[in-house]
Design a protein around this ligand. Sequence first.
Ligand code: ATP
Ligand code: MG
Length: 322
Amino acid sequence: MDKTKYVIQAKNLKKSYGANKVLKGININVERGTMLALLGPNGAGKTTTVRILSTLLNFDSGTVKVEGHDIKTDADKVRSVIGLTGQSAAVDELLTGRENLIMMGRLYRLTAKSGKARADELLQEFDLVEAANRPAKTYSGGMRRRLDLAVSLIATPPVIFLDEPTTGLDPRSRLAMWEIIRKLMDRGTTILLTTQYLEEADQLADQIVVIDGGKVIAEGTAKQLKSKIGNDRLELNFADTKNLEAAVKVLGKNVTETDEKEYSVSVAIKDTNKDVRNTLDILAKEKIAITSMTVHKPTLDDVFLSLTGKQKPTKTTKKGAK
Ligand SMILES: Nc1ncnc2c1ncn2[C@@H]1O[C@H](COP(=O)(O)OP(=O)(O)OP(=O)(O)O)[C@@H](O)[C@H]1O
Ligand SMILES: [Mg+2]
């Protein structure tokens, strides 16, 4: 077996559908035992990438290796080390949860006995024991996702692709899914996960690759991506309109955002100590009282929006309000 540290390696991956260039040269490297999150809006090319990396779809050019096996020449070996779940995976609607698991066990050539044992273990782990003997078509969205993931884990593959595992789930089911995914990570599984949720990438992933229009537009850790976007923000709250207006006046063009309903302003800060002190000094000199203040770090949402140029839904925002 290849002992390189990268379990999944894609170099200059390109794929077109007719004239539609869907992937325009994607590079992805996932280190052993880590999670890489592929982040991007609808149509960015996430599913296409995952389907290629998991041998389900041909590509035009580039190279892909999984556990050192070239995907073009050694697709069978690649298949033997991966599990796939998500938008493209198959759960048979007419079979029960348990039957789905047992069938997949057969596909992976587990003995009948160990297939059944593994199915029961997964039903337990994924909280599907009560629903185990009902056809999958009667499952809720969240149960279906859990079954989908359980099915892909029947043979405990060391590499897993998760294509938008939490899209459409309610917050509670999303948290439950995160817990399941964290358990996989604790086990040392190498994971490539796609998501449209920045928070999800922030919470789970070691490494993030942001794609848009079939190209990588940014990559790094959540922390690195956030620091690229730069400034922390100091939010100041006031008791009333009078204080708010006075503050906006004296802080002048340092103000990046004003919220007239909440009586608050935001000021961009580069050097936390110096800029916070300066801002408070200016207000103190004018005897303008604040009721509270908070320093905000940029979120991955800010990063994503600034990279893809898509606007955040605004509250009352005035640039450089006077
Ligand atoms: N079988 C296909 N034939 C033609 N075009 C396709 C096909 N599959 C995907 N595409 C196109 O490829 C592009 C990328 O699609 P893809 O499904 O990879 O996006 P995605 O990032 O997974 O989006 P989503 O968040 O909606 O799942 C889109 O423009 C889509 O229309
Ligand atoms: Mg998709």
